[in-house]
Structures are given as C-alpha cells and as structure tokens.
Ligand binder design. Structure first.
Ligand code: DX5
Length: 210
C-alpha cells in the first residue's frame, strides 16, 4: 500500500489547523519540512509550530538542517512518528548515533538524499534505517518540477531492499506519482498539488491509484 504524506510547507500556515483538518481523513502521514536557511536556502519552522496542532495523522519530520542532532529532542518530545535527516550533512558514525537516538525516543529513523547524491553515499547506512527519502527536487521550496532521473536510484534501492520504505518528495502530482510507484516508492510526499487542488480528497486519491 502506498502511503500519502501531505507536506504542510505548501498550506496556508496562518490557518494550519484548518488546513490539516481538510486532509486528515484522507492522508496517511503529515510531513513537516524543517529548514534552517543553511542546509537549504529557505527558513521554515520548528517544533513550536506543532505544539498546539491537533491531528491523528502521524507526524513525519523532514530535517533539512545542518545539525540534525540539535533538533531531534524537540520533535521526539512531540511523539512524532518519523524523523528523517539528510545524508549530505552526516557521516556514517553520526548517522548511527542519530538513528539510535531517534529510535530510543520512540520514532522511526529515515535518511534523505538529494537528487545528485549517489546511492553509495548511504551504502553503510541503508541497512540501519527504517526509511529512505529520495528527493525528486532540490530541497528548500515547494512547487518545483519533478526530476525524473532520480527514479533509477529508486529502482536500484527497491531491487536490493524489497521491504524498505522508500519515500519520494518533490514535484509529486497525479502524473508523476504513477512513475514513483512503478519505480518502487511506497510513501509519497506531496505539497502544492494537494493544497492547491479544488478537491483535496480527490487529489490525494489520485496519488494512490494513479
Ligand atoms: C521541498 C520539501 C518538499 C516540498 C514538496 O524542499 O521538502 O516536501 O514541500 O512540495 P511539492 O509537492 O510542492 O513539490
């Protein structure tokens, strides 16, 4: 089953609770894009934004930050479902420590890779994580064009790791979702396609069975 994970980066953040309420019955997870303005050229939000959010959706924290180790406690205290950090800002040793700390805090641990990052950059880590997040845009902003060349990395990972959760994120809509699922992704993050749709339930359904 393919999980659909709306990203709140593209919603009306002045009405976050109302926006989440509109998709709560149809989505599986909810992604929170945490950006520090250093690892990515954009600044978003941190744990305080979630403190008063009421949702039954499991929270999926995507840390686009230079020092993920400094952020995880904030989010673990909110009992989030998953925390994903980036391969590009961690080495193998740091990743093992992060995975252990995230799991000790009751969440699953994911590693994200940018479109240009080769799979062998996570070779020593892929066995240790619960999820690989394959970025299909350069991280930092919603509404970008899907980068089709990352699909071959998804295929390669799926071939060697049939049971691993592979999440894709960036430019995912009813057209590109089909390509992602066919390549082996089973968790799709989508922001602008869902939150700009006239019928958000229909938009989410179109991602599941494109
Ligand atoms: C981009 C974020 C994505 C983004 C997806 O850096 O990580 O989650 O919000 O937005 P869309 O679906 O609009 O590409």
């Amino acid at each position: 089953m393919t999980l659909i994970t709306p990203s709140i980066l593209s919603c009306n953040l002045a009405r976050l609770q109302d926006e989440v309420d509109t998709i709560e019955s149809y989505a599986d997870w909810l992604q929170v894009d945490v950006m520090d303005g250093h690892f990515v050229p954009n600044l978003s939000f941190g744990a305080p934004v979630l403190r008063h959010l009421k949702t039954k959706l499991p929270l999926d924290i995507h840390l686009m930050v230079e020092n993920p180790e400094d952020r995880i406690e904030d989010f673990l205290s909110l009992k989030v479902k998953n925390i994903t950090f980036h391969a590009e800002v961690t080495d193998t040793e740091e990743r093992s420590a992060l995975v252990a700390a995230i799991r000790d805090g009751g969440a699953t641990a994911g590693i994200a890779m940018n479109p240009e990052t080769p799979i062998d950059a996570i070779a020593k880590t892929i066995e240790d994580v619960d999820l690989v997040l394959m970025m299909s845009v350069h991280p930092g902003f919603g509404g970008q064009e899907f980068m089709v060349n990352v699909l071959e990395k998804v295929r390669a990972i799926r071939e060697h790791y049939p049971n691993l959760m592979i999440q894709m994120d960036g430019g995912i809509d009813d057209r590109t979702a089909k390509k992602c699922i066919e390549a082996g992704a089973n968790n799709l993050v989508s922001g602008s396609f869902i939150f700009s749709a006239p019928d958000r339930a229909e938009a989410i359904a179109s991602l599941r069975s494109p």
